[in-house]
Design a protein around this ligand. Structure first.
Ligand SMILES: O=C(O)COP(=O)(O)O
Ligand SMILES: [Mg+2]
Length: 226
């Protein structure tokens, strides 16, 4: 007997900028640190440009662009302060992008198995998913520090696929930045980009550009015999 095709489908998602607009909470934590140093606070839209490579790189890239100190000791202290501030309230201002919550539930309901591959720190990722009430939808979640090398290293994405026991060709990655795209290409996985977050800036084939997550319902991975 052959199961419905969607039963074979699995989708791995990036988190920040793809499922959730976490930029306001990330900017609040960044600004708490900037304030503590007496440095000027930044608009959320400015901070958002640096999201996608994890908080350490965000701080390094942002302080460098602002012409503020960005030596190793400063970044170490900034990172520790950022994690403490963010950990106090990691989902206070965070919102789902349009239709994300219901579309994830619909995909799951249709038989897709779901995972997350994010450069957000692992423990914070689990807390945010829990606070937003979507943790039970995912079979596997790996944050940046849960693997030896994070995105754009394809090993990060492949580790999620391995956790989910996915066969080659039976899954795709969905993200919002060039980092996500490069990771999928290096992992030899199909890639889809969302229209929000950093997604507007990523160039892809038209067929890889989603209007909403429900479009993934049409994604039919290679059928496997059982
Ligand atoms: O940069 C981050 O902190 C996380 O970003 P990601 O969820 O888009 O991988
Ligand atoms: Mg992202």
């Amino acid at each position: 007997m052959t199961k419905p095709l969607a039963t074979y489908g699995a989708l791995i998602f990036d988190l920040d900028g793809t499922l959730i607009d976490s930029a306001p909470d990330i900017a609040a934590a960044v600004n708490a640190y900037l304030r503590s140093r007496g440095w000027p606070e930044q608009e959320t839209e400015f901070v958002e440009r640096f999201i996608g490579n994890g908080p350490r790189r965000l701080l390094l890239d942002m302080l460098t662009e602002l012409g503020l100190p960005s030596d190793d000791a400063t970044i170490r202290a900034a990172h520790a302060a950022y994690l403490a501030h963010y950990g106090e309230a990691p989902a206070r201002l965070t919102k789902f992008y349009s239709h994300v919550r219901e579309d994830l539930a619909a995909l799951r309901q249709a038989g897709f198995r779901l995972g997350i591959c994010t450069n957000k720190p692992h423990a914070l990722t689990l807390r945010v998913l829990d606070l937003l009430g979507i943790a039970p939808l995912f079979d596997a979640v790996l944050g940046a520090d849960a693997v030896p090398a994070c995105k754009p290293d394809p090993g990060h994405l492949l580790a999620v696929a391995k956790r989910m026991q996915l066969a080659d060709g039976g899954w795709a990655y969905v993200g919002d930045t060039g980092v996500d795209q490069a990771t999928a290409v290096a992992a030899n996985a199909p890639f889809f980009v969302v229209p929000w977050g950093g997604g507007k800036l990523v160039s892809t084939e038209p067929g890889q550009r989603l209007e909403r997550l429900l479009d993934l319902m049409a994604y039919r991975p290679v059928q496997q015999a059982i």
